[in-house]
Write a protein that binds this ligand. Structure first.
Ligand code: ATP
Ligand code: MG
Length: 144
């Protein structure tokens, strides 16, 4: 038993979260942060900022060819966002689970997007979708 305790390693990860303009404007910050804390995702870094067009375009560069790209950039620059580093066991996938599906209408009950999202675009939060993207996105906002 002692050996088991000593050798059992938790898979602690960091992931990038963004509370998006719609959620910030409606004052959902503390309620969303409570969801993270309840799921044992610790907020280890956090800053509020207003993305420039260039920053939003760079952050969402993978979606450049998508029909919703210009609208997405306009939306993400429409107000302040809160950028966060969340840390915890399996943080990347755990955060994706509690965020819920991209479209709040399709998101499971009790998820952040179901409870705080307005539409498929204004869906309250962003969360990195892989450990590799998490590393790059954290670097993008917080440096090394
Ligand atoms: P995110 O990357 O923000 O965590 P996601 O991984 O669930 O969300 P993506 O497919 O990466 O979804 O899309 C990025 C963002 O682009 C979405 O969160 C949403 O704000 C917007 N978006 C996605 N699909 C659409 C769409 N069909 N119409 C309008 N906006 C969209
Ligand atoms: Mg995504």
């Amino acid at each position: 038993m002692l050996q088991y305790l000593i050798f059992q390693r938790k898979n602690v990860e960091q992931t990038l979260s963004i509370i998006k303009p719609d959620a910030v404007k409606q004052g959902f910050e503390s309620q969303i942060n409570e969801r993270f804390e309840k799921s044992e995702l610790r907020i280890v870094k956090q800053k509020k900022l207003h993305l420039t067009k260039e920053e939003a375009e760079n952050f969402y560069a993978v979606h450049k060819e998508r029909p919703f790209f210009n609208a997405l950039v306009a939306y993400m620059t429409s107000g302040e966002v809160i950028v966060q580093v969340l840390e915890g066991e399996n943080a990347v996938m755990r955060n994706r689970e509690i965020m819920g599906a991209t479209d709040p209408k399709a998101a499971a009950p009790g998820t952040i997007r179901k409870d705080f999202g307005q539409s498929i675009e204004a869906n309250a939060v962003h969360g990195s979708d892989s450990l590799e993207n998490a590393t790059n996105e954290i670097k993008f906002f917080f440096g090394d």
